[in-house]
Design a protein around this ligand. Structure first.
Ligand SMILES: Cc1ncc(COP(=O)(O)O)c(C=O)c1O
Length: 471
């Protein structure tokens, strides 16, 4: 625990964010324990003020893009008037630059020379490295060994000191806190440092200038810094705008915090929305955001994949899972009360690996009922498989993969089992295919788990595999 002397308090600073927490004799702004961050203190959380955000907006305007917030083609599909705030267009591909550049600009001159440190898997590290280089402030990032190689290399190319250590974010953070103490570097928490939250709030200020009469904004929640800043900016200027938080089902740490009345650690599972995989929300973020959030929803993986697909197909936007989760919440039907209303969705990050993007697109197609897998038993006589492929081609179904198995089939020596992965136009087309197969074959089984074993198919509301035909 930090002792009282090393904490700052809101009252002692008149509600303003102090330049640095009190220093040790050697000038290092560090806590007296390796694990504790003096900026983010459980027993003395800092509630952000609107003026912090306006001050951030003024300071960051030279280094940060005012990204477009445009009416979307998705309006028809969703029944809402959707506006997309395209913050993935920032230089390093995410909104994280807003907070990172403000946090760096707010350092005292002496600290600017010494530098900063942080632990991050991706977007925050990239943002810090880029703006550190731009502002000539040394940056050290500790990235766990599970961090994507591409992101590690990008941080190195930006001239940062990149330490690849620790099995996960928890370990990386402990290493970073220790280095912060040893080297006199300020630790910058990527979601809970007050300057980070203030910087993220500038996205909210821009949105209200760009779109009139907003009814709601849907904000992805990881550690809570983005929603804290954005909710405060928007609710201060337009109290009637509803602020909706979205979490991944696999890491619903804000939902857990609301239930417990304080940030609590939750177990996390891997998710497409890796930017949201923070096991415990920040103390400052929680105290700032909790009173301002009107509704919190959690989304399943398949809707995130579907949202990524929709954004590529309809908007020509490549967005990562975390950035697509706002749209995912709408597609999943969690926000139907906003039908006919004007809704803003920040597309807050675009850093998705090409291989993951490919898998998301396939997964989205599967959820959409446009990529189907089925097994059918056909006659082993000449022309048996040809008949099947003729049926598929007559329906405009495109075969992606086909294999047939003879040796292990138990029922009929003159039969062969054929496994097909195919592409259909939509759910309706998929259902027509099922019907045609069941009319022509006695043993057909559709499997919704085309690639990943966990996608409930819209073809079948209860999410189980679908068997058709006369068994
Ligand atoms: C793309 C993207 N969206 C949303 C978030 C969530 O932001 P926060 O951790 O401030 O809640 C993150 C966090 O890394 C992110 O990278």
């Amino acid at each position: 625990m930090a002792d009282t002397a090393t904490r700052y308090t809101t009252s002692a600073t008149n509600g303003k964010i102090p330049d640095l927490p009190p220093k040790h004799q050697n000038g290092a702004s560090v806590d007296n324990s390796t694990e504790e961050d003096p900026w983010c203190n459980a027993s003395n959380p800092h509630q952000l003020h609107f003026e912090d955000i306006t001050s951030a907006a003024f300071k960051v305007k030279n280094g940060i893009l005012v990204t477009p917030c445009m009416k979307s083609h998705l309006s028809e599909l969703t029944g809402m008037e959707i506006f997309l705030k395209k913050d993935f267009l920032q230089y390093t591909g995410s909104f994280k630059e807003r907070g990172a550049s403000y946090a760096l600009l707010m350092l005292p001159e002496e600290q600017k020379r010494k530098g900063v440190i942080s632990a991050s898997l991706g977007n925050h590290a990239l943002a810090l490295c880029y703006h550190g280089k731009r502002l000539n402030i040394p940056v050290t990032v500790v990235m766990p060994i599970v961090a994507p190689i591409m992101k590690i290399q990008s941080c190195q190319q930006l001239g940062a000191n990149v330490v690849v250590q620790g099995h996960d974010m928890g370990e990386a953070k402990q290493i970073a806190m220790r280095l912060s103490k040893e080297r006199g570097l300020v630790y910058i928490n990527g979601y809970d440092h007050p300057h980070i939250m203030a910087g993220q709030g500038t996205l909210g200020l821009e949105v209200v200038e760009q779109v009139a009469n907003i009814d709601a904004i849907i904000v992805p929640v990881g550690g809570g810094g983005l929603i804290a800043g954005v909710a405060l900016a928007i609710k201060t200027l337009h109290p009637n705008v509803k602020v909706i938080g979205v979490e991944s089902e696999r890491c619903a740490s804000f939902t857990a915090a609301i239930k417990a009345g304080k940030p609590v650690p939750v177990p996390i599972q891997s998710t497409l929305a890796d930017g949201l995989a923070v096991p415990m929300v920040g103390y400052n973020a929680f105290i700032t955001a909790a009173p301002l959030i009107d509704k919190l929803v959690v989304v399943k993986e398949e809707w995130i994949a579907m949202a990524i697909l929709r954004l590529v197909e309809l908007e020509k936007c490549v967005v990562e899972g975390a950035g697509a989760s706002g749209l995912a919440a709408i597609l999943a039907g969690h926000l139907d009360e906003f039908k006919g209303k004007r809704v803003v969705i920040p597309l807050c990050g675009g850093n998705i690996d090409t291989t993951i993007l490919g898998r998301c697109l396939e997964r989205g197609l599967a959820v959409d009922g446009r990529l189907l897998k089925f097994t059918v038993t056909v006659s082993d006589r000449p022309g048996g498989i040809a008949e099947l492929t003729k049926l598929l081609s007559s329906m405009g179904v495109s075969i992606k993969d086909i294999i047939h198995e003879r040796a292990w089939i138990t029922s009929d020596i003159f039969s062969v089992q054929v496994k097909v992965v195919c592409e259909t136009r939509d759910v309706k087309h998929g259902k027509q295919l099922m019907k045609a197969l069941s009319e022509n074959y006695t043993n057909v089984h559709f499997d919704e788990n085309v690639f990943y074993g966990e996608i409930p198919s819209p073809l079948n509301e209860n999410g189980n595999g679908v068997s058709a035909g006369k068994h």
